[in-house]
Design a protein around this ligand. Sequence first.
Ligand code: AMP
Ligand code: GLY
Length: 423
Amino acid sequence: MRILVVGGGGREHALVWRLAQSAGVDRIFCAPGNAGIAMEASCIPADIGAPDEMVALARTLRVDLTVVGPEAPLVSGLGDAFAADGLPIVAPSSFAAQLEGSKIFAKQFLVDRGIPTADFAVVESLEDIDAHLDRFEYPVAVKADGLAAGKGVIIANTRQEAAETARKMLAGEIAGGAGRRLVFEEFLNGEELSFILLCDRRTYFIFPPTQDHKRALDDDRGPNTGGMGAYCDPLILPVELRDAIIDQIVEPTLAGMRDLGHPFCGFLYCGLMITSEGPRVLEFNVRMGDPETQPLMYRLEGDFAGLLATAASGSLDASLVQWREGPSACVVLASEGYPGSYPKGRCITGIPEAETLGAKVFHAGTCIQCGHFATAGGRVLGITAGGATLAQALDTAYNAIEKIHFDGMRFRTDIGKKGLAHH
Ligand code: AMP
Ligand code: GLY
């Protein structure tokens, strides 16, 4: 099998690394990839946001299967273009991708299907701000409708802050064009859970539960980021909770998309808040999580390429993969300034030494500069490890981090802390 992976971050490095270990895989291409991915796959520069160009690339490379990491190409119709050309791809239609591409679409869908989620109001004009803000208690979540690379959600602590944030979003000052429409959303308390499925239009496969850490700083302080670390531990998902999520969220969501004429194909990431009243949908993503993919791929064994091929062809075969015993964790090393602006081109040392300690180092934002790895993004590396217990997995990851250096390196020291409390 020849496989094309679309994207170039830590998630795609983990996907490529695991796919390379599937017995039936001869060749992996990654567009555009990064300096770490280039060690395990052929990286091809491409405009991944141009569906027709990607179809042509897949034809030229003679790939048997395409797997997509990031959301933007899915929202712009990569899945439709491949389907129209008869090329196998693990991807939803652009219509179905609105579950992630438009918060308003997702919220209306959730309400229409009776799926538990936070109360919300749609804001399209300055008048709407005042009309709706009285309905909510504070804090309130202010969310840009469109894609904003993890930066379109602001938790406002007061009515004044919410009004100001909404005004800036409508004016395009916070999330660019993504915020021309927005939603106010009731603030939910609880613990977050990333519940990720692989769907083949008919049925689905459930990945083990993971938890991300979205805030930049320890103890969930600081601004939201793309994700500063994640862990995978079956203990965070008791059987009753899993059953409730399947009954109340997964089944009605997939039935809803079928009813709309777009049975879901690809990864469906349900971002949940586990409240005292049960699970609530915070968001959908139509792709795997980053960094959740890193600890998931660390634990996955068997024929992952085969699993994905069966998802694309509508004959999902979950028996092709198994899970390595024990939890896993990934700690993200970020550039100083992230999620704001950050410097690039800083020399990275110590990766081989970190891997000698038993961790796998996934590259997110790296390049080669003067023959050495250097920083090229906000999230730079994901240090990933497993263990018999979550504590051991975290120890291995944090010990490995001590070997790695780049100027301005930042990371959270409390990844997995909530998970340890479940033990
Ligand atoms: P989203 O992109 O909608 O998942 O939002 C990003 C992050 O903001 C989530 O992972 C939560 O940490 C936080 N968040 C979003 N919506 C809410 C909400 N209604 N209540 C509490 N926290 C929220
Ligand atoms: N880790 C959160 C996301 O991928 O959206």
